[in-house]
Design a protein around this ligand. Structure first.
Ligand code: 5GP
Length: 116
């Protein structure tokens, strides 16, 4: 059996974390090392390791994550200006191999290395 991800351990209550949103498919927490004044993680309860590992059956879940990201951003007060990031693979900076969307806000946009 593969080892449980840190995010599965959080949702199972094995590691303490403030859960700011939860429904039957996903949950959101504050990032432990925020890279923006508002930095949330939206995580499917199903432990899909990377975005590229999602299968045809996961399409509804992926759509739910996108729709829910907007709701979570709005509830966090950043509904008018937020950014979603998914790191896919270690080469892209992924460190936790359980799919998650970074929701970032309250930061100056347009100043990163890509000019976004
Ligand atoms: P990645 O680098 O995989 O795209 O993002 C993983 C994120 O998870 C990082 O931003 C990191 O700070 C966050 N993280 C790692 N461990 C924990 C934890 O135990 N609690 C919380 N709230 N965030 C975590």
């Amino acid at each position: 059996m593969t080892e449980k991800s840190i995010f599965s351990r959080i949702i199972d209550g094995e590691i303490p974390s403030e859960i700011v949103y939860q429904d039957e498919l996903c949950f959101a927490i504050k990032d432990i090392a925020p890279k923006a004044p508002t930095h949330l993680l939206l995580i499917p309860k199903k432990p899909i390791p990377r975005l590229i590992d999602a299968e045809a059956d996961d399409q509804a879940l992926l759509g739910h994550l996108m729709a829910t990201a907007g709701k979570v951003a709005q509830a966090a007060g950043i509904g008018d200006a937020f950014r979603l990031i998914v790191n896919n693979g270690a080469g892209a900076g992924q460190t936790v191999f359980h799919l998650h969307l970074h929701i970032l806000g309250n930061m100056i946009m347009g100043e990163d290395s890509l000019g976004f």
